[in-house]
Each structure stands twice: as structure tokens, then as C-alpha cells.
Design a protein around this ligand. Structure first.
Ligand code: C2E
Ligand code: MG
Ligand code: MG
Ligand code: MG
Length: 279
């Protein structure tokens, strides 16, 4: 049975999937509730990012990663609820909340002896395509007092080509503020390599799937090497995500990588734990 969900859009349900449709409805109800309740059930975790361009590989800040501990459904992963929030048009209030919290936190780190710490915040494509996104970012920076250069916004390349012009325009406005832009999950999206040259970005984040088999798979090794080379030609930095093992670290240390993030150093942590260890 096909059901219309909007203009020209149909979703097909099978008997088996009915259960998940109910679950989705339940998630939706709870998500709306969480937003109405000042987003209190959402918690921002921080995963350290290490600067491997410096000799002692110090922490240079963290990526903000949202967690949802729903009162009635329990813990729900962002990979599950972020896409639904985007679909339901609820990502903006959630994203605004994460941006404000993260900028406040980073300002606190900067004022507590770490003026160099940066915070990375993920932006959904939906947020990015808001015409006033740059203005919103500017307001959050003013409100929190965070130095624009200490904020990095992470965007993914999973965009239709016809949105590229608009995306580039808004990213350009964001960069004019002095905020950094990172291209997240690089290598898994739809865009061609040529796009990275045209996009106003500062950092390429190589997706975890290329790091997993590093040292055991020629393609992965070559991919990381080639991206580093391309990045240096166009003046971008490279961040690697998902590094879990010493073996990968040894290989990456020999490449032109600027930043590394991964369970090898730390998992995403509660803010108190991050600050206990790194502040
Ligand atoms: P992402 O932006 O690519 O974030 C990195 C993900 O990789 C995080 O998953 C992190 O916990 C995980 N990770 C980091 N190091 C390792 C590692 O060494 N091994 C493994 N196995 N995983 C590692 P997480 O926190 O579950 O977030 C998943 C995705 O959800 C994020 O991927 C991002 O796309 C999205 N997300 C999270 N928070 C937000 C948010 O505030 N806003 C938006 N729009 N999306 C968010
Ligand atoms: Mg990210
Ligand atoms: Mg992301
Ligand atoms: Mg990623």
C-alpha cells in the first residue's frame, strides 16, 4: 500500500515495516516534546581532536556530538534521530541548540587557559541551506563572545548538484565571518573530486571507512595519501576521523595530516569528563 507523504512523494509500507512506522511516530512525538522542553534531553558530548602538525600532538579542541537520552524511549543514536529530525523539519531548533551550547563551551575553554581550543559543530544540509544561516552563526558568536576562528562548521557533501551554487554562497558568507568550514565524511558523498577545489572549505575530514583498513588495503592507503597531496596543493588541512589503533597512528604520522580524531585518543565524552582531562 502506498501512502502520499507530500507532493509527489510516496512511501511504501509492508506489513513487516508497520512496526517501524509506529516506532517512527513514537520517536516523532517524543522529539517534538523534547524540543518544547528546551532541548533538555539533548546533551552535547565532545570528542577531542589532536593536532598532529605540532611536535607533542596536543589536543586542539573537540567535535560536538549530540546525544539524546529520551525520557520514555531511552538512549537514541544521532544516526537514527538526526535523519528523522531533518525529514520532519525539526533539525533547525535542535541544531540551533547544539551550536549555542558548543560555542558557549568553547568560549569557556578559551577563557580557562586554552585560547587555542576550537569546537567543531555538525551542520545538517537543511540548516546550511537556510538563507539566513550566516547571520545566525554571527549572532551566536556575538552572543557567546567566541572568536570566529575558534569555530569550525562541519558539512557533508551529500548534496544534489543543483544546490551547489546556493551551498557555496552560504558557505562563503560563513567563511567571511572568519569561521572555518570542514567537509565531513569525505570520500563517501556524491560529489566529484573537482568540487573540493571549488568549495570554500578549510578542512577535509577523511571518512572513517578509509582509516579502518589502513596498512592492510592498498586502496585506503592510496586514497589517504592522494587526498593529503590534493589538500596541500589547494591549501586545505586534512583531518582524519575514526582512528582506533596504534598501527593506523604509525602510518598516519608519516603522512601530511594535520588533525586526528578517534577512539584511540578518546571517545566522545561528557563535557565534565572532557574538561577534567583537557582543561
Ligand atoms: P560525524 O559528524 O562523522 O561524527 C563522527 C562519528 O564517528 C561520531 O559518531 C563519533 O562518535 C564516531 N567516531 C569517532 N571516532 C571513532 C572511532 O575511532 N571509531 C568509531 N567506530 N567511531 C568513531 P556519533 O556521535 O554517533 O554521530 C554520528 C553522526 O551523527 C555524526 O557523524 C553526524 O553526522 C551526526 N551528528 C552528531 N551530532 C550532530 C549534530 O549536533 N548535528 C547534526 N546535524 N548531526 C550530528
Ligand atoms: Mg562531523
Ligand atoms: Mg557530520
Ligand atoms: Mg564524519
Amino acid at each position: 500500500e502506498a501512502k502520499a507523504t507530500g507532493k509527489n512523494r510516496y512511501v511504501f509500507y509492508t506489513a513487516e515495516e508497520e512496526g517501524s512506522a509506529f516506532k517512527r511516530l513514537d520517536l516523532e512525538k517524543n522529539m517534538r516534546n523534547a524540543i518544547v522542553n528546551a532541548c533538555n534531553e539533548f546533551e552535547v558530548y565532545y570528542q577531542p581532536i589532536v593536532d598532529v602538525s605540532k611536535p607533542d600532538h596536543p589536543c586542539m579542541g573537540a567535535e560536538a556530538l549530540i546525544r539524546w537520552n529520551c525520557e520514555s524511549l531511552g538512549f537514541i543514536s544521532p544516526t537514527e534521530f538526526i535523519p528523522l529530525a531533518e525529514y520532519l523539519g525539526l533539525i533547525n531548533p535542535i541544531g540551533d541548540h547544539v551550536l549555542l551550547q558548543s560555542c558557549r563551551r568553547c568560549k569557556h575553554w578559551n577563557d580557562s587557559g586554552h585560547p587555542e581550543y576550537k569546537v567543531n559543530v555538525n551542520l545538517s544540509v537543511v540548516q546550511l541551506l537556510r538563507n539566513d544561516m550566516a547571520e545566525r552563526v554571527k549572532n551566536v558568536l556575538q552572543r557567546t563572545g567566541l572568536n570566529p576562528g575558534n569555530l569550525t562548521l562541519e558539512v557533508t557533501e551529500s548534496l544534489a548538484i543543483n544546490d551547489m551554487t546556493r551551498m557555496k554562497r552560504i558557505l562563503g558568507q560563513i567563511k567571511e565571518l572568519g569561521v572555518w568550514v570542514a567537509l565531513d565524511d569525505f570520500g563517501t558523498g556524491y560529489s566529484s573530486l573537482n568540487h573540493i577545489r571549488e568549495m570554500p572549505i578549510d578542512v577535509i575530514k577523511i571518512d572513517r571507512c578509509f582509516i579502518e583498513d589502513l596498512g592492510n588495503d592498498e586502496f585506503s592507503d592510496a586514497f589517504v595519501r592522494i587526498v593529503c597531496e590534493l589538500a596541500s596543493v589547494i591549501g586545505m588541512k586534512v583531518c582524519v576521523e575514526g582512528m582506533e589503533h596504534e598501527r593506523q597512528y604509525e602510518i598516519l604520522k608519516k603522512m601530511q595530516i594535520h588533525m586526528i580524531q578517534g577512539f584511540y585518543f578518546d571517545k566522545p565524552m561528557k563535557v565534565e569528563d572532557f574538561e577534567k582531562k583537557y582543561l
